[in-house]
Design a protein around this ligand. Structure first.
Ligand SMILES: [Fe+2]
Length: 386
């Protein structure tokens, strides 16, 4: 009997994971006690930052916890771009109070801090033990996440980003065990977000959608989600920036966050995100600003390699089935919503391009980018955006 061994590449497998339960709608943040009661949580650490407390977004949560007779303490030490030490501080606080669950109220920094502190609560160790893909052995302690921005999708995604300032690096932890248990997606929580923060966090959502839709690992189910996210974000973002009280725009932005997060959690991203992390690590450019400036340049680079998909991006953006027009529309959008157009405007200099490009090439997102990308391409892209 002759056994034939196939030398063909193994078939591509599409794996779709949604570890987080999601509730969407105006007022759902006020249901915070329900998932905690389902879990039998008795002692909760509320993870947030002083700015979110100051604008009054935390107090209604605390009131609901008091009503439900759930004991709580507030940890307001979250900082932008949290580091491993910041996560450790939050974890120590949770341990001290004997917390059995965390509630994160805030943007991506609060939610990522809570997700990683919750990971340490059940797995021990430090953040460094879990960097990479699927390195977290046990499910994190339960986190109920209430986003106050429509942007990163940290409340849904299996990704967390933690800074390692000593190495000028952003560490990425990707695991279905390091996620929020429940996301309460409440447009009312985003209506006070100032225009610039609305713009940069919203652009992050649009980038997640465009990269997930066009990259090499996308498939029909993720494409459907990402297409809807591009449609919603392209329509709603300029409106939400112009008038924060436009609740239809706020709702559609948050819908875009949900669909883009479900998509990119299952496909990874592309060159924009590979290149944005070093901009944070080396030059401290905020993530949303970095991805917004890079997006049109990277779309321009990628467009010919996935022409049909970029044509569909144009259609979703409302400029017709034309990938080149989608690129132009994106350049215009960045300027129209008040984001700097050049990296040099946010403090990046030519001599930082070399080390940043080397770091960017280490990202797994380069491998799924629609157009095959070499170090020289990344350097040229940084230069074109400079
Ligand atoms: Fe992002």
């Amino acid at each position: 009997m002759v056994v034939r061994v196939s030398t063909a590449a193994p078939p591509k497998i599409d794996l779709f994971r949604i570890p987080t339960r999601i509730m969407f709608g105006r007022g759902v943040a006020l249901k915070v006690a329900e998932p905690l009661q389902q879990l039998g949580a008795k002692r909760v650490l509320v993870v947030t930052d002083p700015g979110v407390i100051k604008v009054g977004l935390v107090e209604p949560t605390l009131e609901r916890l008091r009503d439900a007779k759930i004991a709580y303490e507030v940890y307001d030490g979250v900082v932008p771009d949290p580091t491993m030490d910041d996560v450790a501080r939050c974890y120590e606080r949770a341990k001290e109070m004997g917390a059995d669950a965390l509630v994160a109220v805030g943007g991506g920094s609060s939610i990522d801090t809570a997700k990683m502190a919750a990971t340490l609560m059940t797995n021990g160790g430090t953040v460094l033990d879990y960097v990479g893909i699927d390195k977290v052995p046990k499910p994190a302690a339960p986190v109920v996440a209430i986003p106050t921005t429509a942007g990163t999708g940290a409340e849904i995604t299996i990704n967390s980003v933690i800074a390692d300032p000593a190495q000028h690096k952003k560490l990425v932890i990707i695991s279905p065990n390091a996620t929020a248990f429940f996301a309460l997606e409440d447009p009312d929580m985003t209506k006070g977000l100032p225009p610039f923060l609305t713009a940069i966090t919203g652009m992050d959502t649009l980038v997640h959608a465009v990269e997930s839709f066009t990259n090499k690992s996308t498939y029909p189910m993720t494409m459907a989600l990402a297409y809807e996210a591009i449609r919603d974000a392209a329509w709603a973002l300029p409106r939400a920036v112009k008038d924060g009280s436009d609740m239809e725009a706020r709702e559609r932005m948050l819908r875009a966050v949900i669909s883009s997060s479900l998509a990119f959690s299952n496909t990874r991203l592309g060159n924009v995100h590979a290149m944005a992390l070093p901009l944070g690590g080396w030059c401290h450019v905020a993530h949303g600003t970095a991805v917004a400036i890079l997006l049109p340049h990277v779309m321009d680079f990628n467009q010919s390699a996935a022409a049909e998909r970029f044509d569909a991006v144009g259609e979703a953006m409302g400029v017709g089935k034309d990938g080149k027009r989608a690129v132009r529309r994106t350049f215009d959008l960045v300027g129209a919503i008040g984001i700097p157009k050049r990296l040099s405007e946010v403090g990046v200099t030519e001599d930082e391009i070399g080390p940043m490009a080397k770091d960017a090439m280490l990202s797994g997102n380069i491998l799924v980018n629609p157009r095959t990308t070499a170090l020289e391409d990344v350097e040229a892209l940084y230069r074109s955006a400079l």
